[in-house]
Structure formats: C-alpha cells, structure tokens
Design a protein around this ligand. Structure first.
Ligand code: ADP
Ligand code: SF4
Length: 695
C-alpha cells in the first residue's frame, strides 16, 4: 500500500550539520545490556533498525575513560583504540542500511561506581555515588587540573569516534548520568569557583566541552547535545526555566538538540503511569530557542501523534528508544501504509529491566530483540515452513498467540483452541487493571495479524482435553494453557502451605481477575514482588474496599526497581491502602484474622481482616500435556507427531517470557536442534595469555 499522504511530513529529510537524515525517525541513544561485551549483537540490532527505516541510529552511552566505568552495567566503551572495532562495526551496519550512525560520549560521575576499574569517578563536588546499590564509593570533586584532564579525555574520545566512522557525535548532559549534567544542576554542583553557583558558571563546562568537540570534529561529523530539561524535584534540582536559559546560552553551538527529562525513570516512564507524549509540556518551547533541529521522546507509537508533534513545531525528529525496540520497522511500516502491522510498545520496561540486570535486552512485544545476531532472528523475516504439518495450538495467551503468529508467517496451517470466550489469556485480563490498558496491545497486535491469514483459525469457548486432541489428530500439538495462582501461600518465603488459609475467604489473583469479590477488609500478601500485588491493591481500593498490603520484601513490588517504576508503585500503594507492612510475612490465618511475622525478628502480630489475597507463586496448567504424554502410544494412530508444552504452562514467568517461548517454538519447528549444544552464537573473550597458535 502507498503511504498515507498525511504522514509525508515524517519522511522529509532533515539536515543535521554536515549530514542529512533521510527522514524524521530518530533512534535516540538507548542502553541494551549488549554493549562492549556482546558487540556483534549490538551492531546487528542497530543495523536492523536502520534497515527498518530509522534515519539516525545511535549507540547507548559510551564511556570515555576508565575513571567513570559503569560496570556491572554493560555499555559501550571508548577508553582507547582497542574499543574502536566494536563501534566501527556498529557504524558500518547502520550506514550500510542508509542511516546515520551516532555515538553518545559519556562520563558518568555520580551515576556509577567504577566497580571494575577501581578508579575514582570525578564529579563537580565531593558526594557519594548515586548507584542503585548505594555502593560505598565517593566521587572526587574536580579541581582545575582534573577539569583539563576530563576535557582532554573527551577530545580524545571524539577523535576516536570520528575515526570509527560516526556521523553524529554526542555531548551528553542528561538523565543524571553525566558529569556535564551534574555540573548543570545545582543539586549536584556545590562549587564556589567559576564552574559553580550561577547558571552561567554551571553551564561553563558544557560550553567548553561543546567547543572542544566542535574543534576536534571540525565539520567532519555532526555535533549533538543530549540535555535534560527537568529533574522533576522542584527548585532543588534543574527545572524547565533554567534548562531553557541554558539552552538559550548555547543555542547554535551544536547541530542538534536532543531533549529529555531526568532521571531515566522520568524519561522512560511506564505506561502504567504516563501516556504517550508525556514530555511535551517540557519540550514545547525548545524550538523557539534555537534554529537547530530538536529531537525528543515520548513513547511515540501513533503516526498521528508524531505528525502533530512536527506540525505544531514541537519537534523536528521523532525520537524513540522503546518504540524502536518493540518495532525496529516502525518507519518502514508507516512508509508502506502497513499501520496494522506496527508492533506498538506497551510501556512495560522489560527492555530497561534487563539492561539494569546487565544481561542482553529483551522486549515483551518483540521476541527477536537481542536475538538478532546470536540466534539470527530477524524481526520481520520468517523461514518457510519445514513441512506440511497442521498445528494445533491449545491456549491463546501471549505464548499461544505469538506461536500461531510466527507459525502462520512461516506458512503452517494453525488452529488455535481457546477455552474462554476471549483470546489473550492473562494479558487480556490483566490489561483491565488500573493503568495497564496499553498491555492489551500484546494480544491485539497478534489478533490483527492473524485475522486476515487464511492459514489461521481461532476457536473460542473450546476447552480441549486429551481425548479431543487425539480425535482431532493434528500432526503437531502445542500446549500453551498457562498457569494459575496458588492459594496456599507457597512462594519465596514459604516452601510449605501457610496454615489456616481455609479458615477465611482466600481469593487468588485469578479469582479477582474473574470478577470474584469479598466485601470488607482484604489483606494482600505479596510474595511475587512484581506488578500484580500492587495493581490488585489499587483495583480493590478503587472499588471501595479497605486493603492492607503485606510483603516480606523491604519495599513494595521490589522487582519493579528494574522497570524504573517501583517508586511510583510504592507511592500508589501507600496512597490507596489502609496500611502497608514491609519486611513482614503472613505465617498463619484463622477465621477473621491473619497472623504476621517480622522477617528479621520473628515478632508476631495479628490483623483483623475479612479475606486474604495471596499473590505468591503460580502452578503451570499442564494437565492436558501430562494426559497426552500418558497416552503417547496412541499418538501415531491419531496422526500426532509431537506434543510440546510452552509458556506459563511449562514454567510460569513474565509475559515477555511467554511471547518469547511461543516465538522460539515457532522458529524451531521442523528445524534440527541439539539439546546438548549452546542454542546461540556467543562472543568469546579473547584470552590474552593463551597461545591460540598452538591449538
Ligand atoms: P501464556 O502466558 O503461557 O500464554 P496464559 O495463561 O496467558 O498463558 O494463556 C493460556 C490460555 O490457555 C488461557 O487463555 C486459557 O483459557 C487457555 N487454556 C487453558 N487450558 C485450556 C484448554 N484445556 N483448552 C483450551 N484452552 C485452554
Ligand atoms: Fe516497550 Fe516493553 Fe518492549 Fe520495552 S519491553 S520496548 S517497554 S514493549
């Protein structure tokens, strides 16, 4: 289909200094847990985005010197010439697909503890590092010699970046992750010399580094600045007006302004707490301060919102990290009028979480993300079917739907049987909880793709048992029947049932999602530690119930630290619940009460309540699989070649894990696999002292 002319404006070329971007789609720098350690994978992932139509594709932050080492996070490095091949490879892959390659030079200061190098990070003032672990490391306030050294390191890195072939070189002053940002914000800069105090002074180092970088690159590449506009902490930190004044002072120095909020949790807000284009009130005046192009983000997935941003003069480039992760081919799909095929980001921050966990990126919506190089998975391409087999997928949750989606893309004939009256499994039900409506895109996207395909059939209200499956006789059977929440309190704190849960109404999350309710005071016991306990608390409180939230962890929804919204979740739970007890476990129940203990002292307390809702562990719903396995001798006669178990029915996990499991099954069907082999390519460390020649 030709492109809708409404979107023509998104495909206009835009000049960035000496380079020209082919359109307005701009992949801003984003971390991904691949970095220097998995450099081929990083380069392949970026190259595919360029293939998908992005005009500019950037690296993640790229450390310029060992004194600011971000380990255990895995970012890019440009400490010396030996780091250049990884960056050169990335630039080449991006440019080979017609995009400009950018690199974000970074000096982290307070943000990282240099745990690998053991060097002392330099910073504006003597303050401890701001790492998540609160590492016992303090930064050293820079004197004039340190500032001169830092400027030299930055110049060296800029020269290497030019030589590595980049088109855009970034000076980074954003996100509470960069020394230049720390100089800019009065919260982090306590200096009394010409680099501290007034805004002119706090901007001084940024101006100097911009001048230095412009000097080094000498028009050979474009010069970009990434700057944060607000820390959202009020007058004690950087605020919009001050940031605008700073931009006004430097307006024409760079070739491009890339504007964000600080810290990262404000810039990458989850959809649970913020809509698309949430940064507009901060960004909307920037274009009035400079003639240079402006790029900003806002989890943009709607082409109409993108057009509106450009037409109203808010942005020149549509910046995207997460939307480019969820769909590396977003620009191409808009260009080719294939809007129905866009895999919209759901704003869950699973991508962010795995960078935070220092492992390769993954994405709930895009199961190929991070797997492009090591497994050879392309987000848009599917291998032809390996046989004529008909496939029965039992269950239409994230695993079943993605499995059917990719199998039909390969050309298999697929029948999906779903017990309930709607498809989508857990994601359809969870998306009805407060703030999670964007998550329904997991199911909607796949349904939209499957609907027009002649080789896909979906039957709702079709619960299957082993007898029925044997009767149908599909050659391939995939069981994706999901999981159910436990009712006995077993999870991480308890490995045996909590006594007395049968003495009062005990509801599971499945009961609540199915609409069951108990009036009165509900005690939620969260030993799951992800989002569901907090959402059920909100849901029940919104309906007018008194809710007490109890968790053995020290904070509410502790895993959500990785998704950057734990602090927002804790606030929501504090505000909606009658009481919140952390470091507290449910140890027994009786009619009308729960018995709790302090996880440190064992001190017991009792709480009067009408019902208990344990959000603990889940059990796989694998009865169908086990029944079929028990009747294996009947398969051949029924025409069945294989029966496989995937997703939550194999082992309960995240929605991202279920989508991945469905996709992986579909990729591997009729392919040779060796269960004894490592199932992907690996980047191996070059062992300096090993004699490879003698091997
Ligand atoms: P996953 O996350 O692994 O995709 P879900 O729990 O989201 O798992 O989805 C599993 C789906 O399977 C649910 O919609 C459920 O109704 C359906 N299902 C479970 N058992 C059967 C069955 N025996 N026959 C058909 N559908 C089933
Ligand atoms: Fe979006 Fe979630 Fe994918 Fe990240 S993991 S890109 S937030 S869908």
């Amino acid at each position: 289909m030709p492109r809708d002319p409404r979107y023509d404006i998104l495909f206009e070329p835009v000049k960035i200094g000496p380079r020209t971007a082919r359109n307005r789609f701009y992949q801003v720098p984003h971390c991904n847990g691949l970095g220097y350690l998995h450099a081929s994978a990083m380069a392949e992932m970026r190259g595919i985005k360029a293939e998908g139509g992005w005009a500019v594709v950037n690296t993640e932050q790229c450390e310029i010197h060992p004194t600011a080492d971000s380990s255990p996070l895995v970012e890019m490095r440009l400490w010396d010439d030996r780091d250049m091949p990884a960056l050169e490879l990335m630039a080449q892959k991006v440019q080979a697909n017609g995009a400009l390659a950018g690199v974000e030079l970074t000096y982290n200061s307070y943000a990282m503890a240099s745990l690998y190098t053991r060097e002392i990070p330099l910073s504006p003032s003597h303050l401890p590092v701001q790492t998540g672990n609160r590492d016992p490391v303090q930064c050293r306030a820079m004197d004039k010699d340190d500032i001169a050294e830092f400027r030299r390191w930055h110049r060296n890195a800029a020269e290497r970046a030019v030589n590595a072939g980049f088109d855009v070189i970034y000076v980074y002053s954003a996100h509470n992750l960069s020394v230049l940002f720390h100089f800019l914000s009065k919260r982090w800069n306590h200096r009394s010399d010409e680099y501290g105090g007034s805004l002119v002074n706090r901007v001084r180092l940024l101006r100097e580094v911009l001048d230095d970088t412009a000097d080094v690159i000498a028009g050979r590449t474009a010069l970009a600045v990434r700057i944060s506009l607000d820390e959202l902490v009020g007058a004690k930190g950087l605020e919009k007006n001050e940031a605008e004044d700073a931009i006004g002072m430097l307006a024409e120095l760079p070739d491009l302004w890339d504007v964000t909020l600080s810290d990262w949790s404000n810039d990458s807000q989850t959809s649970r707490f913020s809509p698309e284009a949430v940064e507009e009130p901060f960004v909307h005046r920037i274009k009035k301060l400079t003639t240079k192009p402006v790029v900003g983000v806002g989890r943009f997935t709607s082409p109409d919102t993108m057009v509106s941003q450009v037409r109203r003069g808010i942005l020149d480039f549509i910046g995207a990290a997460r939307p480019s992760i969820a769909d590396p081919f977003l620009p191409k799909k808009i260009e080719e009028g294939r809007l129905d095929e866009i895999r919209e980001c759901i704003g869950c921050n699973i991508c962010v979480a795995h960078d935070e966990l220092s492992v390769p990126i993954r994405c709930t919506q895009n199961p190929t993300q991070g797997e492009e190089w090591r497994k050879g998975w392309h987000p848009e391409r599917a291998a032809p079917a390996g046989s004529e087999s008909g496939v029965l997928v039992v269950g239409s949750g994230p695993a079943g739907l993605e499995c059917a989606n990719h199998l039909t893309q390969r050309g298999y004939s697929v029948t999906i049987a779903e017990a309930r009256g709607e498809s989508g499994g857990r994601v359809a039900r969870e998306a009805r909880l407060p703030g999670l409506n964007a998550w329904a895109r997991v199911q909607e996207h796949r349904e939209l793709l499957l609907k027009p395909r002649a080789n896909a059939d979906i039957y709702l209200e079709s619960p299957l048992d082993a007898e029925a499956v044997l009767e149908f006789g599909f050659e391939r059977v995939v069981v994706a029947t999901g999981s159910e929440w436990r009712r006995d309190g077993i999870a991480r704190y308890h490995q045996h049932p909590v006594p007395g849960l049968d003495m009062l109404p005990c509801l599971t999350p499945d009961d609540i999602l199915d609409g069951k309710r108990i009036d009165g005071h509900v005690l939620i016991y969260d030993d799951d530690h992800y989002y569901l306990g907090s959402l059920l608390a909100e849901q029940l409180a919104n309906e007018g119930r008194k809710v007490t939230y109890v968790t053995p962890a020290g904070i509410v929804s502790s895993w959500s630290v990785a998704t950057l919204d734990q602090h927002r979740i804790q606030k929501a739970v504090i505000e909606c619940c009658d009481a919140v007890h952390v470091n507290t476990a449910l140890i027994a129940a009786d009619a009308g009460k729960a018995v709790l203990e302090c996880v440190f002292t064992g001190r017991e307390t009792e709480i009067v309540c009408d019902a208990i809702l344990p959000v603990t562990a889940r059990l796989p719903k694998d009865q169908l699989f086990r029944d079929l396995k028990a009747r294996k001798e009947e398969w051949a006669q029924a025409g069945i070649k294989s029966v496989d178990l995937i997703g939550d029915a194999y082992a309960p996990g995240t929605i991202a894990a279920a989508v991945y499991a469905g996709h992986r099954f579909a990729r591997l069907l009729d392919e040779e696999t060796d269960r004894d082999a490592v199932p992907f390519r690996r980047e191996m460390t070059w062992i300096e002292d090993y004699d490879y020649g003698a091997r």
